[in-house]
Design a protein around this ligand. Sequence first.
Ligand SMILES: [Mg+2]
Length: 400
Amino acid sequence: MKPAILHVDMDAFFAAVEQRDHPELKGLPVIVGGSVEGRGVVSTASYEARKFGVHSAMPMAEAHRRCPNGIYLPVNMKKYRAVSHQIMEIFQRFTPEVEAISLDEAFLDVTGSQRLFGPAEEIGRELKRLIAAELHLTASVGLSYNKFLAKLASDLDKPDGFYRILPEELEAKVWPLSIRRMMGVGSKTAQLLEQMGVTTIGQLARMDTGLLEHLLGKQGVLMHQVANGVDERKVEPVRESKSVGRETTFPQDIRQQYLLETILFTLTDEVCHTLRSNGLKGKTVSIKIRYPDFHSITRAITLERYTASFEPVFAAVQQLMARNYKDGTAVRLIGITVSNLKPDGQIVEQQNLFGDTAMVEKQEELNRVLDRINGKYGGDTVHRARKITEREKTGELSAE
Ligand SMILES: [Mg+2]
């Protein structure tokens, strides 16, 4: 059977949820994001706000300049997560093959569901109908025979759209589009190609693979494939969360290593606490540093064993900082993520060769005690000994 892949993308998700819950905001430019003072960014702008040129990831200060009369709301992640669960639950009625790629976006492989629920097109339209009827929100759905094209399709008829790309329609529907619509094509790559006169997906599809590989490496080869309608990636249901992370944008750039590490100290504590309260342990620790020019780097270390303990994670963070940060360099945002996660119960560790098991157990016991106390007294009662300066959390996620 030919693959049938749906990509469902909620329209202006965070803003739409707010407009639904506050009907007086319907028809108004609603912007959900961080604060101006905290140098936050826009998470989602309603379609009314987009008319003013406001879009996600734009600094809030710029949004205020473009849309001074907008309705500015903070990110209510707890609420959006709850709605996201409801959306994902609707998807699950049609297939277990659901790959959520953010709170408001998912791929569904409905190839096998068609026997039960009818053609993929009907399933796609039924999803939209259920989301509207039960959640009073709109979604745009793309249907095609691979992930790349399904995602492209959902974007071609937004908002509240339904768009299908059949194999025989590739040349007519996809090739005339700009290469900038391709997943994973950043503006640098796009500029490079445009300088060579390659502006459409069709032109890219007809380029010489060898030349593309020479120019862009492996990415060039992949781009050539997807431009020709070939994308072998499977829809991969994510049964566990893949990572836990926290990041912070500073009101003013910070350039002192000790300050950055103090902030990372607290972020690490929060991340480890989240891991433990979800019964998870992780093996890969990464830091993210964003510079004032918005350029970011991410660097990771993989640990010897799975952990949710503060000490080994923070030791990795310090190592990453020592290797990748030079004291005095201005930093705009810093973050830490633990990934490569497993549920605590599923981890079978090899006996540690150096016999530091006792130490590990001690750390775990300390964490359990701290978690118990914090749980009992409603959080944040006991902290490890270090305080940090005021900071502002920005929305980690954005939603179109
Ligand atoms: Mg969206």
